[in-house]
Design a protein around this ligand. Sequence first.
Ligand code: PEP
Length: 268
Amino acid sequence: MMRKKLVVGNWKLHGSLAENEKLMHELVDQLKHLHNADFGICLPYPYLFQAQKILAKTPILWGAQNVSQFYDGAYTSSVSASMVAEFGCTLAIIGHSERRSYSHESNQKAVTRVKRAVDAGITPIYCVGETLAEHELGQAKSVIEEQVLALFGLDDATYAHAKALGLVIAYEPVWAIGKGQAAKPEQAQTMHQFIRALIAKRDKTFAENVRIIYGGGLTPENACTLLTMSDIDGGLVGRCSLNAIEFRRIGEVASDTKQCVVEIVEEA
Ligand code: PEP
């Protein structure tokens, strides 16, 4: 099964109007020849309007880094999925580990947010991943299993709509995020394959089609070894998404992994 790779930048709490303008124009320029992969950026809410203005006529998608678990109401500081959809967002990161740890976001809450995104026509990028402690205790698979199976708590109509929107799963081992140290490719592949098998237990066709992207220390230097793994369908990129050249170099690999054969053979 050939799944088109997807590379999404997670800008986190970075940027300003001036910096974003420069970076987005650079990205448009750097990515313009890469037609065999999909690209997106998820940026802070106040800049979604700016992203819409700059990226609307380009192939680069833009999205939010979260959406509220509520449709509307007295929830000060919350931002709903339908609000971000008004700014042309087609993506939303949900359940990022920084949300799960700093805001104690449970699987249940994350899945409710997935539902709100889907209801607004937004493709969720649902993040899963084990912490260092869980990893060291050998609990990685059970944690991932619980996080992935939570998705099956969606009602049938929402689940069908999520599939139609191309719901993405991001495997992000928490111990690798922001550390400049990615998981070993075989290690990541094992988890991606495990996630796909979990989905297959419920839904074989979706398991074949779902894009499972890797996040955590993905760089131009390790992109070849990770993105050539058969169950890794792209990347969620933090640090390297803030530099258009580095993001393009990861994008080049995603767009054409054949170039990696030469590189890996040369290394051997
Ligand atoms: C992330 O936060 O989703 C991420 C993958 O960060 P980094 O690439 O910096 O590890």
